[in-house]
Design a protein around this ligand. Structure first.
Ligand code: FAD
Length: 421
């Protein structure tokens, strides 16, 4: 593999910018291509919950989830909703999704693979943030999961598998919870603290700082939409964009939920879908949690950010083009009020911000990290679903290893795009 390659990285979200930093470290020349601002609102990397949860190893589909599908279709405001009008398009992906979580063994296989990808991620992010001069944006002081009852936790397959793949935690009784989180509604009577996890205080600002760091280290940024990859006899020669061709001898497809057309353009029809998610953010909130927490009943993460108290989560299957359903964000707001009853209900609308974005999701909950079939000059790095911020740190290193022709630092078989082809 030639040294010092000219690499075009398509997409400047968390995955793209960290891939750029790591590729520069390997001695390559890098051009980042994105029509939007790195770290801008168009990217999932902007509005996510900011959890650096190295224990988020359980894929979304678990055994028996198919029984819930009618509910997903009937309740457009539920934690997971499927829009009727989009069902025919989503069906092939949904079938793969249900099958991938059919047995405990399949879920565990994914958990083992994701543990490799995510282990040490908070530390890797801390180091990247230090390099980029924004160390204060990454904190490594654990996260909390809160449950209405201990039974919700004990009966959960995900936590049993987490234990088997080496995740450790601290369990909190109702009293211990009260001491740690006095503002939390007393209906939560059991908690779990995962001390190895971390969080980001402003994901958009973090990605923007990483992009600036890549540019200061020699990368170029082209503000354009990539439309395809130009091969000549199995060798990559350029990336097509709406404003012309960008010559290169390697490319990384890291365009998040919009990567599908690019992989199709080189003959890889991969089952990438968007799991749309929302956030609501209260600026200068009167109260809130002391730690960052996930509520098992509301299926949302509550995280302090530099811009305010952010609640993010839930899933809507409705494609890339449908208008957002802001009622889903209002539910996150109402859940926040119910979790923290001392938050005044009459907070002016000007202090409440809402956002929606596209998780790039593969049906089995594992990203695609590996070469295109048409050429090893093309590396795929997308499909991180719910774990793309935390997973971006090691993914960037893996991308740099792949473009350099080095042996990847973790086994990539579970992430091979070819598993779907
Ligand atoms: C509500 C919500 C909460 C979440 N919470 C968490 C969390 O707490 N922790 C966590 O780890 N993950 C979380 N995620 C998931 C995480 O945000 C994503 O997995 C991650 O941001 C994906 O990063 P990415 O770089 O692959 O894609 P993106 O951040 O979406 O970036 C893709 C970039 O590609 C660009 N692009 C698109 N098409 C083209 C093209 N044709 N040419 C050039 N550029 C293009 C876009 O403009 C964009 O900038 C959450 C997601 C959501 C929606």
């Amino acid at each position: 593999m030639p040294e010092g390659r000219q690499i075009a990285i398509i997409g400047a979200g968390a995955v793209g910018v960290i891939s750029a930093i790591e590729a520069l470290r390997e001695g390559h020349r890098v051009t980042l291509i994105d029509p939007g601002e790195p770290g801008g609102e168009q990217a999932a990397s902007y509005g996510n919950a900011g959890w650096l949860s190295s224990h988020s190893v359980i894929p979304p589909a678990e055994p028996g989830v198919w029984r819930k599908v009618p509910g997903y279709l009937l309740d457009p405001l539920g934690p997971l909703a499927i829009r009727w009008s989009y069902l025919p398009k989503a069906l092939p992906w949904l079938i793969k999704y249900l099958l991938s979580g059919r047995t405990e063994a399949r879920v565990e296989k994914t958990a083992v693979a994701l543990r490799d990808l995510l282990k040490d991620a908070p530390l890797l992010h801390k180091k990247l943030a230090e390099e980029a001069g924004v160390s204060e944006l990454i904190e490594r002081n654990g996260v909390m999961h809160v449950f209405p009852a201990r039974g919700n936790f004990d009966g959960d397959l995900g936590w049993r598998i987490r234990k088997r793949v080496g995740v450790e935690w601290l369990e909190l009784s109702a009293d211990e919870m009260r001491q740690r989180e006095p503002e939390l509604d007393p209906r939560y009577t059991f908690g779990v603290v995962v001390e190895e996890a971390g969080r980001c205080r402003d994901p958009g600002a973090y990605v923007a700082a990483l992009a600036n760091h890549a540019l200061a280290s020699g990368a170029k940024l082209v503000r354009a939409k990539a439309t395809g990859l130009k091969l000549d006899g199995g060798k990559l020669v350029a990336v097509f964009t709406e404003t012309g061709e960008i010559p290169c001898d390697a490319a990384v497809v890291a365009a998040g939920a919009r990567s599908k057309l690019l992989t199709q353009s080189v003959g890889d029809p991969l089952p990438l879908e968007t799991e749309r998610g929302y956030h609501v953010m209260i600026e200068h909130p009167e109260t809130g949690p002391r730690s960052s927490m996930m509520a098992s009943d509301a299926k949302m993460v509550v995280n302090w950010t530099n811009k305010g108290l952010r609640a993010a989560g839930t899933v809507e299957i409705a494609g890339l083009d449908a208008e957002p359903n802001w009622k889903r964000a209002e539910i996150l707001r109402d859940n926040l009020f119910s979790m923290f009853p001392k938050l005044p209900k009459d907070i002016p609308a000007s202090r409440i911000k809402m956002w929606f974005g596209h998780r790039p999701s593969m049906p089995d909950g594992r990203p695609c990290i590996g070469y295109a079939r048409a050429s090893r000059d093309i590396v795929y790095a997308f499909g991180h679903g719910h774990i793309g911020l935390v997973g971006s740190a090691r993914t960037g290193r893996l991308v740099a290893q792949l473009v350099s022709g080095k042996t990847p630092e973790i086994p990539l078989e579970p992430f091979a795009p070819s598993r779907f082809l």
